[in-house]
Design a protein around this ligand. Structure first.
Ligand SMILES: Nc1nc2c(ncn2[C@@H]2O[C@H](COP(=O)(O)OP(=O)(O)O)[C@@H](O)[C@H]2O)c(=O)[nH]1
Ligand SMILES: [Mg+2]
Length: 327
């Protein structure tokens, strides 16, 4: 690229970021997120503008098995929050959550908004990724833009990948009435992480039985002095959703007053710093494996019986350290 082209490109980028942060229009915000998704490294000069965070944005994680009604509930939560005058952004770490018919272009959702103070974005993430870090950057950017609430939808249950829930200010776990035994299975995973439990689809006939079991399963649970409430909802007609918003706000007040919110946000910064660095480091190693001919040679020698695997592993490791020195 010619020098003048580079300067024009940098100016264009800088103007786009200004517009996203000041005008806060969905199109500019969306374009910046696309750049973040493509290669955050290219935005390095702008990190201090994009990721300054905003301590007055609340980040709410909403998790539960596919099909429990996360997207439906979020749609109603948005209405409640907008009615109270708050702006809301949603990041769905799940490409199957298009929000009220938002249509897909490849895996990217076309920009659509309820009004100028709401924003939606869906993204997919490789299931093996311990922390979906581009979703994390998107969430942090939306906090910098200044949305009052940033909601993260993640189908955590049944997947290993619930780490993003370690980063949020409050975790909402959504359940639906299941048959008897299933509550045992639930106990293991998500029963440990909720600040608020939502029993959705409370219009279904099994609700009473399930609600009793859920109450028993959560009996005596008190985390950081907080007893997580169980709220029943119907996310088709919106019954109970006001109660979910109240419960979240109650928890946030409690967390703020007790220092828990501060502690979580410090932990979030630490995880972000360490885990994003881990991702970058892993990318270099993967790239070394893919491109360095000497790496392939060692692997082949192991396969052909010329070396034991552990000698091979140590050789790879030493070669990698050398590769780093030459980088
Ligand atoms: N009966 C009933 N169905 C619901 C309720 N909430 C959501 N659903 C339905 O459950 C299905 C999955 O909802 P969705 O919001 O996409 O779930 P997600 O995968 O958790 O985001 C849809 O067909 C919804 O219409 C509810 O309260 N009652
Ligand atoms: Mg969904």
């Amino acid at each position: 690229m010619k020098h003048s082209d580079k300067r024009r490109e940098a100016l264009r980028l800088s103007n786009l970021i200004d517009k996203a942060l000041n005008a806060k229009d969905a199109m500019s915000i969306s374009k910046v997120i696309t750049l973040i998704e493509e290669d955050p490294g290219k935005l390095r000069k702008y990190f201090d503008r994009l990721f300054t965070g905003n301590s007055s944005s609340f980040v709410i994680g909403i998790t539960g098995a596919p099909g429990v009604g996360k997207s439906s509930l979020i749609n109603h939560m948005i209405k409640v929050l907008r009615k109270r005058g708050f702006s809301v952004a949603v990041v769905a770490v799940d490409p199957s959550s298009p929000y009220s018919g938002g249509s897909f272009l490849g895996n990217r959702v076309r920009v659509r908004t309820l009004d100028e103070r709401t924003f939606f974005r869906s993204m997919s993430t490789p299931p093996e990724e311990p922390l979906p870090w581009k979703a994390v950057l998107t969430m942090e950017f939306l906090c910098t833009v200044g949305f009052d609430y940033v909601l993260i939808e993640h189908p955590g249950a049944g997947q290993v990948n619930v780490k993003i829930m370690d980063l949020v200010d409050a975790v909402v776990v959504i359940l639906q009435p299941l048959m008897g035994d299933d509550i045992q299975a639930l106990k293991a995973g998500i029963m440990e992480i909720g600040d608020v439990y939502v029993l959705n689809k409370s219009d279904l006939p099994q609700t009473e039985l399930f609600a009793m079991q859920l109450k028993l399963a959560l009996e005596g649970v008190k985390r950081n002095g907080w007893v997580p409430p169980i709220i029943r909802t119907n996310s088709i007609n919106g019954d109970g959703v006001e109660g979910v918003v109240e419960a979240i706000n109650d928890f946030l007040s409690y967390a703020r007053d007790t220092g828990l919110l501060d502690a979580r946000r410090r932990r979030r910064r630490e995880i972000e710093t360490v885990e994003i660095a881990r991702t970058l480091i892993k990318e270099v190693y993967d790239n070394f494996l893919k491109t360095a001919p000497e790496a392939r040679r060692v692997i082949n020698e192991v396969l052909e019986g010329g070396r034991d695997f552990l000698t091979g592993a140590y050789e790879l490791y030493e070669m990698f350290l050398n590769y780093l020195r030459k980088m």
